[in-house]
Design a protein around this ligand. Structure first.
Ligand code: C5P
Length: 235
């Protein structure tokens, strides 16, 4: 596979075309942003760590019946993925109150929830990725009722598989964000990345945060937390 032009540069990744029109190369950077790009920095080796972590998670999900864009990891910072058109929605799954939901609803971080919460936001930086519901998503043409149903179905499956996988390794999956896309052939697949950038991971014994909140909240030992997640996955 031959790398072609850069198609897109995001906050944490770059996407390159290849000589195969159905495939792209995704390059993981060390850059980190938070609060819709207001806070900027870098986490040493984050690109290498997240490329490995995301590859392992995508493999696990494929084995469990969730179609993803992932094909293979080809170097420290690069993976080959199926080319998709990203659906402009962020799907957030929450098992425990934290972050924006805790703040918005006046809940203590770490509060138990009586049910798993599935949220949608509209992926638009200029609007700050506003929280929306299914009707908004359909009304603005971002998706269809049928597609949102299918997306929430996959999100529930991802939650089931990852919650069990991480709990076995002493980690509580508090919440996470997913993005989906459509391949050229029209298949709906999980896309973007799953990593400590996009999940909240708390140590099951101590509740220590092992994710990007260490960067967002200046808690220190950011790189160490990402290394710890990779080590637990590998264990
Ligand atoms: O900030 P909030 O509490 O809404 O985040 C919920 C989850 O979604 C967290 O795990 C966070 O890392 C992830 N997220 C993300 N990208 C965003 C917003 C949230 O990965 N743009």
């Amino acid at each position: 596979l031959v790398r072609g032009d850069e198609l897109y540069e995001g906050k944490a990744k770059k996407v390159f075309s290849t000589n195969d029109n159905d495939l792209v190369i995704i390059h993981y950077k060390d850059d980190a942003t938070a609060f819709n790009g207001e806070k900027k920095g870098a986490i040493e080796d984050k690109g290498i760590l997240n490329n490995k972590i995301a590859a392992e998670i995508f493999k696990l999900l494929e084995e469990n019946g969730v179609p993803t864009h992932f094909i293979s990891r080809i170097s420290d910072r690069d993976m080959v993925c199926r080319k998709v058109r990203i659906i402009p929605l962020e799907v957030i799954v929450r098992n425990v109150a934290a972050g924006s939901m805790a703040k918005r609803l006046g809940l203590a971080e770490g509060s138990e929830l009586k049910t798993t919460v599935f949220e949608l936001s509209y992926k638009d930086d200029s609007l700050g990725d506003p929280l929306i519901n299914t009707h908004h998503a359909v009304a603005i043409g971002a998706s269809t009722f049928e597609e949102v149903d299918q997306i929430f179905g996959y999100a529930a499956k991802v939650n089931e598989v990852l919650s069990a996988f991480f709990l076995k390794r002493g980690i509580r999956l508090i919440d996470f964000k997913l993005e989906f896309g459509r391949t050229g052939a029209g298949e709906l697949v999980l896309a973007d990345e799953i990593s400590p950038d996009t999940c909240r991971f708390w140590d099951a014994e101590t509740n220590e945060k092992l994710d990007k909140d260490r960067f967002r909240r200046d808690l220190g030992n950011v790189r160490e937390a990402y290394v710890e997640i990779l080590n637990r996955i590998d264990s």
